[in-house]
Design a protein around this ligand. Structure first.
Ligand code: FAD
Length: 383
């Protein structure tokens, strides 16, 4: 290792900044460079889907501009800068014509949004919101009391739906599944979310998808797969995220569903590590905050000569859908069966694996108060 070269972190999202903070607690002096293709503002991405509920616009959601972050972290922060390739043999980053040496490198490059391709999908008012800059652009396009069509009833689509309703907007949600959050929770719980958001004013078009978007001059006209027409002022595309693998693949670093790492967060390249939404840690791709915080704490130690494996424990995911709150701890395996108790919007589901042991749960509505109790029951099973 050459101490004359810095630790470089690519990415200034929650993973990049959390790691930088943890690293500085252990090492106040080593040169640290952070590089981001975005504007480098520090913000909590989960808060993007609470802007109206909490009365915050994009500026209010920023917790620090890159100048303030650079001072706090004693780091050089380069914004609007895209790293094109990593020469892992010579430990050099390529940024256009520039070459930048690193001692250790961390990829905290996040996840990018899935994009659908249909006539009109490239209209400027068909928008994805995956960072603070996207959110700023969205709020600029959105007027008062608008009709927002949301493609996707997953966690992000449902959270934006609830928040936009709280902001006084009209909301329609379109999804090919038969219930909400279908990739994350079982159907009875998903149906409770649909019912809760419908009671709050949302219209759901389930079993449907958008075939085209046409600008009529006054509004956007969406054609659904059954031929139905829907008028909206703006369309939010929330059809999923996937780890951003472009840079790692272009640099010959092993990737599968994410950038492949072991529990020390080491990639296939020497002195190159990965964490956050971009990483596949020991086979797990977890696009959530709690796992990346655990990784940041472990990796800070590893980068400071104390190799530390990350372990996760039980990490329930909570949705920010106050119309029908959800807490879920997805089972690790599909082999087994759900058992439900239900009273209106309140659903409690426990998943028993093939040995009969409880290995996952979902709670909606009033049942979310049982979170601690059920999380304790799973302790020791989730690694
Ligand atoms: P990102 O925030 O995506 O950061 C990636 C960084 O990499 C960016 O700075 C980008 O500019 C940079 N970058 C990428 N490629 C390059 C390159 N080639 N060169 C230079 N820079 C590059 N999780 C929860 O646990 N609970 C929640 O309630 C929750 N709510 C959410 C709500 C919404 C609306 C969304 C979108 C997500 C939510 N999540 C939630 C998920 C959570 O926010 C993410 O897991 C987390 O923010 C990921 O952080 P990250 O730093 O890995 O990635």
């Amino acid at each position: 290792m050459s101490d004359s070269h810095p630790l470089i972190i690519i990415g200034t999202g929650l993973a990049g900044y959390s790691l930088a903070r943890e690293f500085r607690k252990l090492n106040p002096d080593k040169a640290l460079v952070m590089i981001s293709r975005d504007d480098g503002h520090s913000y909590s991405k989960p808060m993007l889907s609470t802007g109206f509920t909490k009365g915050k616009d994009a500026d209010a959601l920023s917790m620090g501009d890159p100048g303030k972050m650079a001072e706090q972290l004693k780091a050089t922060i380069r914004t609007h800068t895209t790293v094109d390739r990593i020469d892992t043999a010579n430990k050099v980053l390529e940024i256009g014509e520039e070459r930048l040496h690193y001692d250790q490198l961390v990829l905290a490059t996040g996840a990018s949004v899935n994009r659908l391709n249909f006539p009109g999908s490239d209209h400027p008012k068909v928008m994805s919101i995956n960072d603070l800059m996207d959110y700023r652009a969205f709020r600029k396009q959105l007027g008062e009391n608008q009709h927002v069509a949301i493609m996707g009833a997953g966690l992000i689509g449902c959270e934006y739906a609830n928040d936009l309703l709280n902001g006084g907007h009209q909301v329609s949600v379109i999804d090919p599944s038969t219930s909400a959050l279908s990739g994350l929770i079982p159907e009875p719980a998903g149906k409770a979310v649909v019912a809760g958001l419908s009671d709050a004013g949302a219209s759901f078009y389930l079993g449907q998808y958008v075939q085209s978007v046409r600008d009529t001059g006054k509004s956007l006209e969406l054609t659904l797969n059954d031929g139905a027409l829907l008028e909206a002022d703006i369309v939010v595309s929330a059809v999923g995220l996937k780890p951003d693998l472009g840079l790692a693949k272009a640099s010959g670093i092993d990737c599968s569903r994410g950038i492949v790492t072991n529990r020390l967060l080491q990639t296939s390249a020497p002195d190159v590590f990965a964490l956050g939404d971009a990483a596949e840690v020991d086979g797990h791709v977890l696009l959530y905050v709690l796992p990346l915080m655990a990784c940041a704490r472990a990796l800070a130690k590893t980068l400071n000569a104390t190799p530390t494996q990350v372990s996760y424990g039980v990490m329930p995911v909570a949705t920010k859908t106050p119309a029908c709150p959800v807490i879920v701890c997805p089972p690790l395996s599909r082999e087994g069966q759900w058992q439900f108790e239900q009273d209106g919007l309140n659903v409690k589901g426990i998943f028993h694996d093939s040995t009969g042991e409880a290995s996952g749960f979902v709670l909606t509505g009033d049942y979310i108060s049982e979170k601690q109790q059920l999380a304790k029951m799973l302790k020791g099973i989730h690694a």
